[in-house]
Write a protein that binds this ligand. Structure first.
Ligand SMILES: Nc1nc2c(ncn2[C@@H]2O[C@H](COP(=O)(O)OP(=O)(O)OP(=O)(O)O)[C@@H](O)[C@H]2O)c(=O)[nH]1
Ligand SMILES: [Mg+2]
Length: 198
């Protein structure tokens, strides 16, 4: 079994268009979700490097695709957050086009980590993304982040509700609770990534 050293993750580059991406080879896993759901925080948590991805209290700060290398063949891609209302329409359209084109064209994409705030799961665009992944049979692992904001029973209930809601999809969809603040859920996340990267 290959051992992946997540704490060796290194920033590679930030791209504003797909032509700047590295060669479409090896294995890439992308992290997506609504702006402010905690994508960058989760990357920092996964890699035990609080400076790796920029964490911002101002939603919508990650406007490019940021790529991180785990090793020569494996990468993580932090995709632009969607759904942040205060961004001008034109910029919003550019992000969505970037996201959409990336998801459509990237052959080395092995799976999507879909991050949601556990208090507000399955918003419109999350659902659209899930349907899109189902239509092209791309595996999705849902991270219900900010679980520190709910009680144990609240977490269990949301896990059940979301699990019921995604049951109808044909592609592999798994889910877990996570807290980037409390560092909970890292082991489960690494297990999923190990599966995708092997
Ligand atoms: N309570 C709590 N707050 C969190 C957690 N994860 C992230 N946050 C906070 O949520 C805010 C947004 O986090 P980011 O990691 O920047 O979110 P993002 O999804 O990368 O946002 P964009 O880059 O704008 O798309 C920050 O203020 C974080 O400190 C968590 O598990 N619990
Ligand atoms: Mg971010």
């Amino acid at each position: 079994m290959t051992i992946i050293h997540y704490n060796h993750a290194a920033f590679m580059l930030s791209v504003a268009n797909l032509k700047q991406l590295p060669a479409d080879q090896g294995i890439e896993v992308a992290i997506v979700g609504r702006s402010n759901a905690g994508k960058s925080s989760i990357l920092n948590c996964l890699t035990h490097n609080k400076n790796l991805a920029r964490v911002s209290k101002t939603p919508g700060r990650t406007q490019h695709i940021n790529l991180f290398a785990l090793d020569e063949h494996r990468r993580l891609a932090d995709l632009p957050g969607y759904g942040y209302a205060k961004v001008p329409d034109e910029i919003k359209r550019n992000w969505q086009a970037l996201l959409d084109n990336y998801l459509r064209s990237r052959e080395c994409l092995r799976g999507l980590l879909l991050v949601m705030d556990i208090r507000h799961p399955l918003k419109d665009f999350d659902q659209q993304l899930l349907m899109w992944c189902s239509s092209c049979n791309l595996p999705v692992h849902i991270l219900l982040n900010k679980s520190d904001k709910l009680s144990k029973s609240g977490i269990a209930k949301t896990l059940l509700d979301v699990s019921d809601a995604v049951n109808c999809f044909q592609n592999p969809v798994t889910l877990q609770a996570f807290s980037a603040l409390k560092n909970t859920g890292i082991k489960e996340l690494r297990e999923k990534l190990n599966e995708w990267y092997s």
